[in-house]
Design a protein around this ligand. Structure first.
Ligand SMILES: C[S@@+](CC[C@H](N)C(=O)[O-])C[C@H]1O[C@@H](n2cnc3c(N)ncnc32)[C@H](O)[C@@H]1O
Length: 277
């Protein structure tokens, strides 16, 4: 079978980085995420992944973040039989297959059309699953997702690519459209944005991250319907138990230094009330 060719635009490139991270992690023993589908997917793409700055050392840390969002997704679905999941900035992440929701769950992946085009070539179709090709800052995607059920929004590796204003508008549109649900996303602080932008500038010629968040609870001020329920430093999350001992010791030490502890935070917000759903 011939391999899928990719044009390394900025969006395409960042989704290849996280896909490759999952593939590297899958080949390790023990693996944090065990995402065999990601490992198989990179063999279908004609690209030299070693250029992306993702290494076997970094891959398990990235996998921990993903595992944490998988667990929050499973938690939401365990308490909502009929639900909608919207994965914003889904890129080439096979989350819907890892979580494998029941037939009562409708799942939407939103990302740029060129990214979803590659996605459609490397992953199979499935029932109750749809892709929506547009920017998350374009209000059109919301109208394509029914608003009649509890809704989980997962946005892993996305907020930092938006401008703060775009992020605020996105959050407002979500709580306006969906009566009741949960938003999960991760944030980078200023230090993380600076460090990651160094690698992105080397790869793409420009810094792509625009939104550093020092305290994710501040987003409650964006709309009165938003309630922050969880903020967890990624490498201190329960999913980090799968990391090598040296990394866990480093993570424990860094929890005393706020700038390091808050470089990558997993955040959960609730909005609306169940009786409005
Ligand atoms: C770092 S990748 C993360 C992909 C995936 N969530 C994961 O964790 O593997 C960032 C993704 O966000 C997408 N993205 C960034 N800005 C976006 C926007 N304004 N609208 C839609 N997708 C966007 C990119 O195309 C890319 O797929």
């Amino acid at each position: 079978m011939s391999q899928v060719k990719v044009q390394l635009g900025e969006a395409m490139g960042t989704s290849l980085i996280t896909l490759y991270g999952k593939a590297l992690d899958a080949r390790m023993s023990p693996s944090v995420l065990g995402d065999e589908m990601a490992a198989q997917a990179i063999d279908k793409i004609d690209y030299d992944f070693t250029k992306l700055g993702m290494t076997p050392k970094l891959a398990p840390n990235a996998a921990v973040r993903t595992k944490h969002f998988d667990n929050w997704t499973r938690e939401f679905l365990a308490t909502h039989d009929e639900a909608t999941v919207v994965h914003l900035g889904a890129g080439l992440d096979p989350r819907v297959w890892r979580v494998d929701p029941a037939a009562d769950v409708d799942w939407y992946d939103v990302d740029y059309p060129d990214v979803l085009d590659v996605r459609a070539k490397i992953f199979p179709e499935r029932q109750h699953y749809r892709m929506i090709g547009c920017s998350v800052t374009d209000p059109d995607w919301l109208a394509q997702v029914p608003a009649d059920r509890p809704t989980l929004i997962v946005a892993e590796g996305l907020t930092m690519y938006l401008r703060p204003q775009q992020g605020h508008e996105l959050f407002r549109r979500i709580v306006e459209r969906f009566p009741h649900g949960t938003i999960t996303f991760d944030t980078h602080n200023r230090l993380a944005v600076r460090l990651v932008n160094k690698n992105l500038t080397r790869l793409f010629g420009a810094p792509l991250l625009h939104w550093a968040i020092e305290d994710p609870r501040e987003l409650e001020a964006v709309d009165a319907r938003l309630r922050c329920t969880d903020v967890v430093s990624t490498l201190l999350s329960p999913s980090a138990a799968a990391l090598p001992k040296a990394t866990r010791i480093f993570a424990k030490l860094m929890r005393h230094i706020r700038a390091l502890r808050d470089m990558s935070l997993c955040v959960r917000y609730e909005f609306g009330t169940a009786d409005r759903a």
